[in-house]
Design a protein around this ligand. Structure first.
Ligand code: ATP
Ligand code: MG
Length: 382
């Protein structure tokens, strides 16, 4: 079988993957060499787990948003110091890098995620400086029907691909938000201290809102220009701070936000802000909100957004991100499936696809490498 190897400089790709004590994998070694890697296997074989492992090569809690402890292989959990680890050699825009992510457990029972880059321990948030990883999972099928928090996370991951500093900024904002809530719960403390904290919170909050607006404008340009089998999506942010930025300079919004925070102290600190914002998505051809579209149409909208984001990220980074598409093919009709395969190949980044039905991926033929997953192992075919 002829396999399209990842030889172009404009692609992020996992070239070597090692797992230990990760979910159902005791230890796993996989060295893919293709642009498209297809994972097939029965329900419960370990396909999603493998994608989750790759998602830990980026900041955050991985594609399941799991607790670190739940990722540890059950059989290893009895050993109080055992942790899980993902190690990979990934081709990035500047050549191959060694990345790692692991759970370290101290004897006192606290869990910590460690990230490594070329042998050095680094903060997990810095992984997005090196490579991009994006995913679509079956859980995200409910994205337009759920409350705003998962859409906000989805939005912030989109922004992260275009602005690697976004994760650090969101983290800073959320820390000051929590710190302020605690201070207010405990009686408020020193007003000068509280004001300083609110000023910091306003600064990071406005930076978060501004980055979201900028990324969305870039994405919308690509979405509007896209042609093909996926619907045109219209994205907008519903958020007070984001909308203030429509007609006021950032410095002014910052002082207004700080004033709003000071005013809301007496209401137990309940304050509006970027932690309440929502992402709205419309199917433009049908002129309908995504939530009112069919399941398949919602999936197609998500794919359209993800493809546009991957293109935007490829432009910015000079390398298309790694895409993890868990069970995406099964939800599409054959025409859209072929269109997705064509888009993925054209993007140039490495894509991992999964499914129980190998036949769905036959159109990829020699352009994909097939991996059979099962019994705690994953083996390249051929
Ligand atoms: N911490 C853990 N330790 C051991 N096994 C685990 C752990 N967490 C999950 N598993 C098991 O890993 C197995 C594989 O799960 P995974 O979700 O990867 O399957 P899958 O191949 O994606 O299946 P499906 O086709 O149903 O989506 C499951 O049987 C699950 O119970
Ligand atoms: Mg699965």
């Amino acid at each position: 079988m002829q396999v399209g190897t990842v030889g172009i400089a404009t692609a992020c790709a996992v070239q070597r993957l090692r797992l230990s004590n990760f979910r159902n994998y005791d230890s796993l070694a996989l060295d893919p060499a293709a642009q498209v890697v297809v994972l097939t296997g029965a329900n419960g074989a370990g396909k999603t787990n493998l994608m989750e492992a790759i998602s830990f090569l980026s900041p955050g809690r991985g594609l399941r948003r799991a607790r670190l402890r739940d990722v540890l292989r059950k059989e290893a959990a009895a050993d109080e110091t055992a942790g899980w680890a993902v190690a990979a050699t990934v081709r990035g825009p500047d050549g191959p890098v060694k990345l790692g992510s692991s759970l370290s457990r101290t004897e006192r029972g606290t869990d910590k995620r460690l990230a490594r880059l070329d042998g050095q321990t680094v903060p997990p948030s810095s992984l997005s400086q090196v490579i991009g990883v994006q995913w679509l999972t079956p859980q995200m099928d409910r994205l337009f029907l759920e409350g705003p928090s998962s859409r906000r996370r989805f939005l912030d991951r989109l922004v992260l691909g275009l602005d690697p500093d976004h994760g650090r900024r969101v983290g800073a904002y959320e820390r000051s938000l929590r710190e302020r809530a605690k201070l207010l719960r405990d009686g408020g403390g020193d007003p000068a201290w509280l004001s300083a904290l609110e000023a910091r919170m306003a600064a990071s909050g406005v930076a978060v809102a501004a980055a979201r607006r900028e990324a969305l404008a870039r994405l919308q340009r690509l979405l509007s220009a896209a042609t093909g089998h996926f619907p045109k999506a219209g994205l907008a942010i519903e958020g007070r701070i984001e909308s203030w930025l429509d007609d006021h300079p950032a410095v002014e919004v910052e002082s207004r936000f700080a004033a709003m925070l000071a005013d809301s102290r007496q209401h137990e600190g309940a304050a509006d802000g970027p932690h309440r914002s929502d992402l709205t998505v419309r199917h433009l051809d049908k002129d309908m909100p995504a939530a009112q579209c069919s399941t398949g149409e919602q999936k197609a909208l998500l794919i359209a957004v993800m493809l546009a984001n991957a293109k935007a990220e490829a432009e910015r980074r000079g390398a298309a991100p790694i895409l993890l598409l868990d069970e995406v093919a099964a939800h599409l009709d054959s025409e859209r499936r072929d269109a997705l395969f064509a888009e993925i190949l054209a993007l140039g980044g490495q894509a991992w696809l999964s499914g129980t039905d190998r036949n769905l991926f036959e159109p990829l033929g020699g352009q994909a490498q097939f991996v059979t997953v099962g019994r705690g192992q994953a083996n390249l075919e051929g």
